[in-house]
Ligand binder design. Structure first.
Ligand SMILES: N[C@@H](CCC(=O)N[C@@H](CS)C(=O)NCC(=O)O)C(=O)O
Length: 204
């Protein structure tokens, strides 16, 4: 199995989860600008959407979309702590948070990465909107350690990955005390430390 990734991108969540589950995997870096992999492959021929994470199974089949890759890995490896079975309500809470992180947090970060959007517009429009999305997360984390139940589940890896980007947008994570506590707790996890070190990233 191979994970196509880009340094510090949302594919980091999948790498963290692979380590949480102890799944051996090969990793291949993708240049998202040129759409070439580090081995010189045409990434668009592998995933025409040109986005990471992209998972290549041992059968050669390709799976894309972060949340779907996460569910596939957890189901395949019976990781019921990370993704409770669908007979339990927390299964749907995991999916609810995965969707929120993908669509409300991750996708509202995208304009802030865009060098063609003027800084003033980012400050006036996109940053305040993103802040309201994190306000909700911070309130939710007030009396809990993780997003669902009281242990680390799939969307926690994704939330850690997206929250890690905040300083790059000039947003101080400390303005959300409960999110900060969550982030610090994730930084202690072996799977997170391993993933960060493999991508030669600092936590912040
Ligand atoms: N819908 C995709 C979006 C993934 C995504 O936005 N990936 C970013 C990196 S964080 C990317 O590869 N962007 C490059 C591009 O879309 O050209 C998913 O959920 O996996």
């Amino acid at each position: 199995m191979k994970l196509y990734y880009s340094k510090g991108a949302c594919s980091l969540a999948v790498r963290i989860l692979l380590h949480e589950m102890g799944i051996p995997c090969e990793f291949e870096l993708v240049n998202l600008q040129t759409k070439k992999t580090e081995k010189g492959e045409d990434f668009l021929a592998i995933n025409p959407k040109g986005a990471v994470p992209t998972l290549k199974l041992d059968t050669g089949e390709i799976l894309t979309e972060n949340g779907v890759i996460q569910q596939y890995l957890a189901d395949k490896h019976h990781a019921t702590k990370l993704f409770p079975p669908n007979t339990q309500f927390d299964h749907y809470q995991v999916l609810e948070w995965m969707n929120y992180v993908a669509t409300d947090l991750h996708k509202n970060c995208s304009p802030l990465f865009n060098p063609n959007i003027p800084a003033e517009l980012k400050e006036k429009m996109f940053v305040p909107y993103l802040r309201t999305k994190f306000d909700y997360v911070d309130k939710h984390l007030k009396n809990r350690n993780y997003l669902v139940g009281n242990s680390f589940t799939l969307p926690d890896a994704y939330l850690f990955t997206v929250a890690r980007w905040l300083p790059h947008f000039g947003i101080d994570r400390k303005s959300w005390p409960h999110l900060s506590r969550f982030f610090e707790a994730c930084k202690e996890k072996k799977s997170v430390l391993q993933a960060l070190s493999e991508e030669q990233l600092s936590a912040d």
